[in-house]
Design a protein around this ligand. Structure first.
Ligand code: ZN
Length: 136
């Protein structure tokens, strides 16, 4: 599995080259590992109508889900930034919908050092539609 995670990190790094970010000039790349073992990549894609911008993480996740991979076991996120490329709040919520509870989240930046987290650490008490509908 360690080799698979290294491949995931490498593909995230490669994916940032496909970023379309003329407004922020920040390139972010992400790669997700599906339960099948297949990797899906994504980059941030900005838009003149800023609300239409999509993050690299969600690009990769929607690519996976649209290929029937709804059970993601890991994600790697990196960018051409000095800090670590932590996912935004919207991406964390989307991750909680499609990632396994024990899924690993790897983040890095230009220093190429990776930190590892669990989703629970980045999004404690996430919104769960079905849990919110359960009665006591
Ligand atoms: Zn995001």
């Amino acid at each position: 599995m360690k080799d698979k995670y290294e491949e995931l990190k490498g593909q995230a790094r490669k994916a940032l080259e496909n970023a379309y970010s003329p407004y922020s000039n920040i390139k972010i790349g992400a790669a997700v590992l599906g339960a099948s073992g297949k990797i899906y990549t994504g980059a941030n894609i900005e838009n003149a109508s800023f609300g239409a911008t999509i993050c690299a993480e969600r690009t990769a996740i929607v690519k996976a889900v649209s290929e029937k991979e709804q059970n993601i076991s890991a994600i790697a996120i990196t960018g051409d930034i000095s800090d670590y490329a932590f996912p935004c709040g919207i991406c964390r919520q989307v991750m909680s919908e499609f990632m396994q509870k024990d899924a690993l989240i790897f983040v890095s930046g230009n220093n190429r050092e990776w930190k590892q987290f669990l989703l629970e650490e980045l999004l404690p008490h996430s919104f769960d539609f079905y849990a919110s509908k359960k009665e006591d």
